[in-house]
Write a protein that binds this ligand. Sequence first.
Ligand SMILES: Nc1nc2c(ncn2[C@@H]2O[C@H](COP(=O)(O)OP(=O)(O)OP(=O)(O)O)[C@@H](O)[C@H]2O)c(=O)[nH]1
Ligand SMILES: [Mg+2]
Length: 297
Amino acid sequence: MRDIDDGMPAGREDLKALYPHTGNAAIIGITGNPGCGKSTLTDKLIGRYRQANLRVGCVAVDPTSPFSGGAILADRVRMRRHYLDPGVFIRSVATRGALGGLSPAVWGIVHVMDAMGYDVILVETVGVGQDEVDIAALAHTSLVVTVPGLGDELQALKAGVLEIADIFVVNKAEKPGADRAVSALNMMLQLGEVTGDGWEIPILLTTALDGAGVDELVDAIDRHRQHMLQHGALSQRAIARAETEIRVATAALIHRRLVGLLARDPGMVEAVALRDRDPLSVAEELLATAMKAPLEG
Ligand SMILES: Nc1nc2c(ncn2[C@@H]2O[C@H](COP(=O)(O)OP(=O)(O)OP(=O)(O)O)[C@@H](O)[C@H]2O)c(=O)[nH]1
Ligand SMILES: [Mg+2]
């Protein structure tokens, strides 16, 4: 798995081989502001799916640090009680690849879990930047979690959120202002463009701490999955997913390649620093070289 995390050639070969064995898991993205209760909610969802005898994979996508140990991670993501359950596989992955750009390792790990037969894969990410939007593209169903009392922050979420949310969750619903948050989201949904696949985005209230509303959330996720399955393997959404994955993989390969070439030729960098050459023509030359030479790493 380490190779896959790192995007090393050996890991890439493994991923190619296992791709045909993927496509069975229900991949569920959970995103939202820091501290809104994503992990607590994930923990409750794991509990529900385990009761139904499903095997659950859980990926925490970390925007900052690279790799965390499993136990520490399970602690941090509030899933300690599931850590020793062999039916639950918890893994963390950095958003950013070692060489920049969204790490294709996020997809890699999800594919590995899928091929291993995990029925449900929960992917927790923070925020809604472009990386998160790309990560959300890998989910079949994206939950966007918010909490009462965010006010203007809710508006700030708007742009990124509208394109990825299949289900809105207002967590910490026992707090005052939950109904107002629902109305605000409703307004946003009415103002936004309709996705066109006929799915009406539900807004659900949960209290992840005591599990209130989690059964309804599980139902909504099931309904969304059925809805997506009706649209088939070439639905707009599925095509967009495949395209995002190819784009992220391509960017990572090219980046890895160019950085490698550049490292082998410090003279190029010095020439730009001395203004003997300009960065753009160096970039063009690197790309041309990369295109000609075989891909070895
Ligand atoms: N009052 C209340 N607190 C909650 C609820 N759900 C989670 N919390 C608390 O909110 C805090 C953050 O919960 P997490 O589940 O770690 O939130 P998160 O979104 O995963 O946080 P990050 O991963 O750090 O972004 C914890 O103290 C939880 O106990 C809820 O429904 N009501
Ligand atoms: Mg968390």
